[in-house]
Structures are given as C-alpha cells and as structure tokens.
Design a protein around this ligand. Structure first.
Ligand code: HEM
Length: 179
C-alpha cells in the first residue's frame, strides 16, 4: 500500500484524536516500518489493518466506522492531489463509472506497485449504480467512505445499500442511489 494512504490516515488520526493516540497506535501495532512512512514508499497493507484495530481499541469506535470515516476524508485529499481525474466531470455517478477503466488504470501506470481493488460497475437506472468491490485486502468500508466522499465533493445526496457477497468482505456489492 502506498505511503500516501498511511500519511493521510495518520494525519487524520492526529487531527481527530491528537498526537499521543498516533504514537500509541504505532507503538502497539509493532510495524515492520516502525510507523515511518514516506508518500512515495510502499508498505504492507496489513500495517493499515493493525493501525485501525489498535485505533479501535484506543477509541472504542468500531474499526468499520473508522475505515469509513477515513475513506470519506481520503476522497477529498485524493481530489486535491489528483485534480486531473475530476476535470470536466460534473456527476458523481459518471465519476464512479470511470474509476475501474480510467482512474485506477492511470494510478497503476503512475505507481506500478500500487495494490488496487477491482470493481464491476453496472448502471441500473440513470441514478442507480451497482458497484461490486473485489479485493483480497477486504477494505470495503474504505470503499464505502470513498463513495460517500465522492458524493460530498459533488454536493450530491446519496443512499448506499451494502450486500456482503462473501463473509470475509473480499467481494461486496454496493447499490448506490443518487437522491
Ligand atoms: C481521484 C480518485 C481516486 C484516486 C486518485 C485513487 C487512487 C488510489 C490509490 C493511490 C490507492 C492506493 C493503492 C496502494 O496503496 O497500493 C487506492 C486504493 C483504493 N481505492 Fe482508489 N482512488 C480514487 C478513487 C476511489 C474511489 C471513488 C473508490 C471507491 C469506489 C476507490 C477505492 C479504493 C479502495 C477501496 C482502495 C484500497 C485498496 C483495496 O481495497 O484493495 N478509489 N486508490
């Protein structure tokens, strides 16, 4: 997982809970990287899972909620860091439809070592999109947060229904309704 995802995560944790919590979760996670991340480096995604689990312990907030909130915040950061992907796009559904075949493809060209999920995307009605998340990393709550962050960016309301296709969460269907 790219360092930028870790640096954004730790900045958000510091913002919401303070530096002492950042320090404690790094300490408790026993990370191979020792919690030293550079934006361009690549680290095992399991470090993120450990950090989130320890943040859950520290805050008593469920890990799923923490990941969703992070995903929502992450969208606004990605939109600032890679504005090119939003250029000329006026609609969150159109944007999400370009994720699998354009945005993540370009991300992979920029960072060949990036580990990206894949999505099956199907427009069911003009305002209803079905997106099925596939990834061995099972970070579907981050995906849900990113979808919410995307609608927020476009100042649009959304209602999302999540169907767990597998118990592990490596395959999750999102029915996304633009309100
Ligand atoms: C400007 C838009 C976006 C950019 C530039 C972007 C880029 C990236 C990057 C750099 C990573 C990290 C890859 C790695 O660490 O190896 C990533 C991961 C991920 N992206 Fe995107 N992304 C964007 C939008 C989205 C949206 C809207 C969704 C959800 C529908 C999404 C879902 C995910 C998920 C869930 C991961 C975590 C990896 C996994 O689950 O396997 N991304 N993306």
């Amino acid at each position: 997982m790219k360092g930028i995802i870790f640096t954004e995560f730790l900045e958000l944790v510091e913002d919401k809970f303070g530096f002492s919590v950042v320090d404690e979760i790094i300490e408790q996670s026993e990370l191979p990287s020792e919690g030293i991340y550079t934006a361009v480096g690549t680290y095992n995604y399991k470090e993120m899972v450990s950090l989130v689990m320890n943040l859950q312990k520290q805050t008593d907030i469920p890990a799923i909620t923490l990941m969703e909130v992070f995903g929502e915040h992450l969208f606004s950061r990605l939109a600032k860091l890679y504005p090119v992907f939003l250029n000329g796009v006026e609609d969150p559904i159109k944007f999400l439809m370009s994720l699998e075949d354009y945005i993540h493809v370009e991300v992979k060209k920029l960072y060949p070592e990036a580990e990206l999920p894949s999505f099956d995307t199907e427009l069911q009605k003009p305002d209803q999109l079905k997106m099925t998340y596939h990834s061995v990393r099972c970070l579907y709550p981050v995906a849900e947060g990113l979808i919410k962050g995307c609608f927020k960016h476009f100042e649009s309301e959304v209602q999302i229904t999540k169907n767990m296709i597998t118990e592990s969460g490596n395959k999750v269907e999102f029915i996304i309704n633009k309100l």
